[in-house]
Design a protein around this ligand. Structure first.
Ligand code: M6R
Length: 366
């Protein structure tokens, strides 16, 4: 059942190229320059008239929501707020019938997310679900939606659900951007072509597995980890830290790289490994100087960089390369090494990676 893999988590990490492809299937047609998503198409007017999008989710799904904030705002120019479902539901949130709520959930059974949906519906919002489990409570409770086609995710640590959620949200943002005219037809086409290349690029990243395992061996006894990223890769830093925490029980924190100087930099010494996502787009120069700041305080740097990178390689202790892609699509690649790093550390520490202590696959309690 684990298909020759030692754990479900590893199997699911390796399933990502196929899972992303399955999530595209029938929706993305790069050669014809079209994206087809019935849930978006049928409600296009609502999407075009929406004042804003509110994303509600928990855990890893919340991180996918944060990535989508950058994509929706950048491409479709729609303001986005990303909320922890548990906080949203216990506030008295301002919601109107001009809001679109996107609820993201792998299991479709997360109690807090379900309750947030019910609250949003009671205030007149239109609710769109991004779920993996077909026919789940959240899929049924939402007005419409789009499934991720990741296939069953058994490992408690969410991996392929995350990258396929980003896939669905990216397709939505692109479809809306095209409808709104916030990107040109050639930009649209370019995105689709690049998107289609992602599964193969994920496959290429997976080839770094042995090297990542070596890195894991060097740092498995660290007591703390810091994860840094900027822009589209800030949520990836949060996700990397969550993954490490939940399966290896090592304390880890994710931060936007520029926030380091507002506090966390005080933690840095030779015992602090810092995982930095430093792809060549976006704020590359800024992140290089963040890395220099860590180095000058003797921090150990594990960097995720774009293939062929020179500047970061000169400073970092370890570099893991990912293939070049558009900035908006980098999270689907940069996440993979962080999943593998957590996996190997947890295995080396003898932890139960598929069923970490105190955790359940679907959190159906509030
Ligand atoms: O099924 P959901 O996507 O609604 O679950 C949300 C979180 O409970 C989940 O992502 C959790 O954080 C994972 N164990 C993270 O790997």
């Amino acid at each position: 059942e684990k298909g020759g893999f030692e754990h479900f988590m590893l199997k699911e990490i390796y399933e990502q190229p196929e899972a992303i492809l399955d999530t595209f299937r029938g929706r993305l047609k790069a050669d014809e320059a079209i994206i087809k998503m019935a849930g978006v198409e049928d409600n296009m007017k609502r999407f075009l008239n929406a004042d804003r999008i509110i994303v509600v989710a928990c855990g890893t799904s919340w991180h996918a929501g944060l990535v989508s904030e950058y994509i929706f705002e950048d491409l479709a120019r729609i303001p986005v707020e990303v909320e922890y479902a548990s906080e949203f539901r216990y506030r008295n949130p301002v919601i109107t019938d001009k809001d679109i709520v996107i609820a993201i959930s792998q299991s479709g059974e997360t109690a807090d997310t379900l309750a947030a949906i019910k609250l949003a519906k009671s205030k007149g919002a239109f609710v769109f679900g991004v779920c993996n489990v077909v026919g789940s409570s959240i899929a049924r409770e939402t007005h419409t939606g789009a499934y991720t086609h990741a296939g069953p995710e058994i490992g408690v640590a969410s991996t392929k659900a995350f990258t396929t959620q980003i896939t669905v949200l990216t397709l939505m943002a692109l479809r809306l951007a095209r409808a709104k005219g916030t990107i040109t037809s050639s930009e649209f086409r370019h995105h689709l072509i690049e998107l289609e290349l992602i599964p193969d690029k994920v496959r290429e990243v997976l080839e770094s597995n042995e090297y990542i395992k070596e890195i894991a061996a060097s740092y498995k006894d660290s007591k703390n980890f810091l994860y840094l990223g900027r822009g589209y890769n800030f949520p990836v830093a949060l996700e990397g830290a969550l993954k490490l925490k939940e399966i290896s029980y090592i304390h880890a924190e994710g931060y936007p790289a520029a926030e380091m100087k507002h506090g966390p930099i005080a933690l840095i010494d030779e015992f602090m490994p810092v995982v930095v996502i430093a792809t060549n787009k976006g704020h590359y120069d800024k992140i290089v100087s963040n890395i220099q700041e860590i180095k000058s305080r003797n921090g150990k740097i594990i960097a995720v960089v774009t293939k062929g990178d020179v500047d970061v390689r000169n400073i970092a202790d370890h570099v893991i390369e990912v293939p070049e892609t558009m900035e908006a699509l980098t999270p689907m690649l940069t996440t993979i090494p962080l999943q593998l790093l957590s996996y190997h550390i947890a295995v080396m520490l003898g932890k139960n990676v598929d069923q970490p202590r105190n955790l359940a696959k679907a959190v159906t309690v509030e």
